[in-house]
Design a protein around this ligand. Structure first.
Ligand code: ADP
Length: 538
């Protein structure tokens, strides 16, 4: 039909141009490894990223080539976020917390041609350097000499001109590549297109999604190597938002210091991190000024309701619970109260806010039960969450083995077990591998964990199912107590009793010093089950 709209490609080239033109004075702040603060701006970023794109071309990087990064959250990392895709290449962020074996596997699987690495993470690279073959290793240094056979980043970009002729980029072209952190098996690669990242940024910025605007100050604590810091650096460039990069310093005092000094309004990270921050705020009343903060996004694992309540009631801080996956770029759902739910009693409000929330626009959701049919949205019926949308993967990168994760009718099987209530709020009850099957009933390990973490003596709790001769499996709670606190199994059981049906209560409570974690900071239940494999249930 004539009279229609232009066919304008949705690529990050537009976001990049726009931020350089409209927001050159908006600040970018980075904490260096020596803890000093580097202050810069989008204008400087805009020039330097173009220099980097020119340098990469000079090194022979071609469209479609993979360029890896091994770095903390810094302005330089943001330069790579744009320079690599603008040159037509694919940005592959590596997670330094993975094992050397996994990192070597991932780099080889991705076929990375170039590696950009923080000097402070170079020792991580050295552990697997002999197993991989990037053509160039570029080091983000801090003045000193760089290791032999590597290129100093500043020296590399210094002679380049700050203007890059962006080749034609198609919106469905690859922009980035991330591997799942392998909580549930070998890491799998997910390829993000320009279109996916642009649409994801637009929906993330909406006020009822994560909500980000030019008046905000955004500090991504979630690492830029973990699902692109949930896409937030891209979103913030789109909205012209000041960004504060904490570098390698992720301890509560350093983060709270930046929140106060930079007047951070918006930040995001995994629950473990916020539990640490909560602890620091509780222990040092009045020491940190957090009055600028409007939203702390928590995702990647379930945010305990007790934590959401504690932040709000004790520190007037607003936790925004969100769900997503590497395969979903990652934003899928966000828990914000609909206006008519806001007036409800506290108990109800917090319960809803602790759910994973409503699917954001353009993400379709359904929960499929054991029969293969979608379950009712009654807040009780459990099924496997399946999703589809313009930023949901349709396959894994060069991995035909996992093809069964994608259904014939175009949905992605998340492996998460969920319920939906009549309002549409989704609640994750488990990962399909972690749900406890006891005497024909499903018991949610997540609900038990969250309840236990509401006990004043409990710092952390993870619940796993152990084999049982009569019931198939029974729940066992692994508990880490707070410093100096005490609690007996009987006390913990009594604490849970009013909240759960009797068959859901753990058969045993095992106290430990720490719960094993994955590279993304999540409980590693496979390791926990392994640790408890000789444990005999009565
Ligand atoms: P990995 O699969 O290696 O853990 P991802 O970061 O892709 O790496 O993890 C996605 C998974 O994390 C989801 O499938 C879900 O199980 C879990 N998850 C993410 N956000 C939440 C949340 N808000 N509540 C509970 N679980 C979550």
């Amino acid at each position: 039909m004539d009279g229609l709209m232009m066919d304008y490609p949705l690529t990050i080239a537009h976001l990049f141009d726009r931020v350089g033109r409209f927001f050159p004075r908006t600040e970018l702040v980075t904490r260096r490894p020596d803890k000093s603060i580097h202050r810069s701006s989008y204008g400087d970023f805009h020039a330097r990223a173009q220099k980097l794109a020119n340098a990469l071309q000079r090194l022979g990087v071609k469209p479609g080539d993979r360029v890896a990064t091994l770095g903390w959250n810094t302005q330089r990392h943001l330069e790579a976020y744009f320079a690599v895709p603008l040159s037509g290449a694919v940005l592959h962020t590596l997670n330094p917390r993975l094992s050397a074996t996994d990192l070597a596997y991932i780099m080889n699987h991705a076929g990375d041609q170039v590696l950009l690495v923080d000097d402070v993470l170079y020792p991580v690279f050295e552990r697997f350097a002999h197993e991989v073959k990037p053509k160039h290793v570029i080091v983000w240094g801090h003045g000193g000499p760089v290791p032999p056979n590597t290129i100093d980043y500043e020296q590399l970009i210094e002679p380049e001109i700050p203007s890059f002729a962006v080749p034609r980029i198609e919106e469905n072209q690859a922009l980035g590549l991330c591997y799942t952190s392998g909580t549930t098996g070998r890491p799998k690669g997910v390829v993000y297109s320009h279109r996916a990242v642009v649409l994801h940024s637009m929906v993330s910025a909406m006020p009822d999604s994560l909500g980000l605007g030019q008046a905000d100050v955004m500090m991504p604590v979630v690492p830029m190597f973990h699902v692109n810091a949930w896409g937030l650096p891209f979103t913030a460039v789109m909205t012209g938002t000041k960004q504060v990069f904490p570098g390698p310093h992720l301890d509560p005092a350093s983060l709270l210091g930046l929140i106060a000094s930079e007047k951070v309004t918006f930040t995001a990270g995994v629950p473990t991190l916020w539990l640490g921050i909560l602890d620091a705020l509780d222990k040092n009343p009045g020491a940190f000024d957090t009055s600028s903060l409007k939203a702390m996004v928590v995702g990647g694992a379930a945010a305990p309701q007790s934590m959401i309540e504690a932040f709000e009631k004790r520190h007037k801080l607003n936790v925004l619970h969100a769900w997503g996956m590497t395969e979903t770029t990652p934003l899928g759902t966000v828990s914000r109260l609909k206006p008519h739910l806001d007036g409800r009693p506290d108990a109800e409000r917090f319960k809803t806010r602790a759910s994973q929330g409503l699917a954001v626009p353009f993400v379709d959701v359904r929960a499929v039960g054991e029969s293969g049919a979608p379950v009712a949205w009654d807040g009780k019926s459990m099924g496997e969450l399946q999703v589809r949308g313009p930023w949901v993967a349709r396959s894994y990168f060069q991995n035909p083995v996992e093809a069964d994760k994608f259904t014939m009718d175009g949905w992605f099987r998340t492996g998460d077990i969920v319920t939906f209530d009549a309002e549409g709020y989704m609640r994750i009850t488990d990962r399909s591998k972690d749900v406890i099957k006891s005497g024909g009933e499903w018991i949610s390990s997540v609900e038990l964990e969250n309840a236990l973490m509401g006990h004043p003596a409990v710092k952390e709790a993870a619940v796993v199912g152990l084999p049982h001769p009569k019931w198939t499996e029974r729940p066992v709670a692994c508990v880490v107590l707070r410093e100096g606190a005490t609690a007996t199994p009987a006390e913990l059981r009594e604490f849970l009793e009013p909240m759960f049906a009797k068959y859901c209560l753990p058969d045993a409570f095992v106290f430990m010093a720490a719960i094993p974690r994955s590279a993304a900071g999540k409980f590693l239940k496979s390791a926990l089950r392994e640790q408890l494999k000789d444990y005999k249930l009565e």
